[in-house]
Design a protein around this ligand. Sequence first.
Ligand SMILES: [Zn+2]
Length: 495
Amino acid sequence: MCVQIRLTNTLTRQKEVFQPLVAGQVSMYVCGVTVYDHCHVGHARVYVVFDVIARALRQLGYLVRYVRNFTDVDDKIIARALKNGESCDALTERFIAAFHDDMDRLGCHRPDLEPRVTTHLCEIVAMVEQIIARGHAYAVAGEHGGADVYFDVDSFPAYGALSGRAQDDNQAGASERVGHDPRKRSQADFALWKSAKPGEPAWPSPWGLGRPGWHIECSAMSCRHLGDAFDLHGGGKDLVFPHHENELAQSKAANGGAFARYWLHNGFVTIDSEKMSKSLGNFFTIRDVLARFHPQVLRYYLLTAHYTQPLNFSDKSLEDATRRVLYICEKLARARALGAPVAGAPVEAVEAAKAEIDAALCDDFNTPRALAALSEPIALLARALDKPKAPESARTIAAVQTLFERAGAVLGLFDHPEATALAILVQARERLFPPGSPALAEVEAAVAARSEARAAKDWARADEWRQRLAGLGVELRDSRDGTEWRPALHEASAP
Ligand SMILES: [Zn+2]
């Protein structure tokens, strides 16, 4: 039984009740990456957001078919391959593998299908022919022979409906970007097919050798794998115009009106209020960030804002997420160490949290609200773990563990709490006290001095050193084997 979901539809600019084409099923297409370089945190957000959306829909009872493409032929790919002195194929294979590696580390499930442009040329050519046949595109002579095909924007009155742009804006924008092209009927017309330039990858077509324009690939691949009409189309906000506006026009022009019904767009990751992007040069790659922060920390941080809102990237926000994820994972690890939970009678506060998380996800996939709902259960667990022998504790510990398994499955978090907690600590130690740094030398000298004082049974001096270490952000764990130290990562309170 599927519950009612409300989502923000860019097409109508409203939060609407989601009604799938086929009851109980969801078809979803998300625009993938152009594979010529490593992905940055902005990409991580898009794919974590849509991973959670797919997981949530599945947990709420829908059968989901999730398609996400790879753009594996494009100007940037051709230029980069030429610069590197390698083939486009070698370059794209390498970055597809790197993308999969990043996504796997971030805990994103693979989509059901990951189609590539280079294996969908037949579908693309057929769609361009269809658009010409319906009077919405035209061919003009290409620069190096063959023909270029352009979409005729003026033939499609609904153009601009998704982005809310007026025709005049597009004309001005288009001419500023690419210069005036006298072959085009309107300067807003965009390429469906580009005739081959010497030395570039090219495929045969009715217009001679060439390759597809950027936008047509998603129209052709979504149609091929999800049909003319499907439910959800997603991507980052930067794709609304021109990419999705053009996709919408092409697809409707080709098939006579049907296409995606709901358009979901996630907000930018910003740095100092500016969008993180390759073109602005203010980006961090996913692997840069994962060298310093655990993938679960990055994933948690990416879910702390509603997907439609901007999310500001900073070390501080990642340190906050580090403390939170560590706190939760350590509690869950302690609970697991007690043995397999035995389900008891429901715990009211945990049941309420479960209902709240479901409600949050049904309300436009509100992940910050779902994360907030975990605060009370984790506080209950902390109290129960302090008194594990108390009769009501076993029931609480079991109920909270079950809740976190369920919430973790939809958020993609907390599934290996022991390993995650340990890795977070190791990484935090290296990050905050880098090997060879004066900070590390100071801590190690203080730990040694304290050990000496303890050996001499000078407890007052040992305590002084402990205090001094606390001031350096270090806490100590004494055992028979000696003293271990770790960065003090205390969770202040609820997020
Ligand atoms: Zn696309």
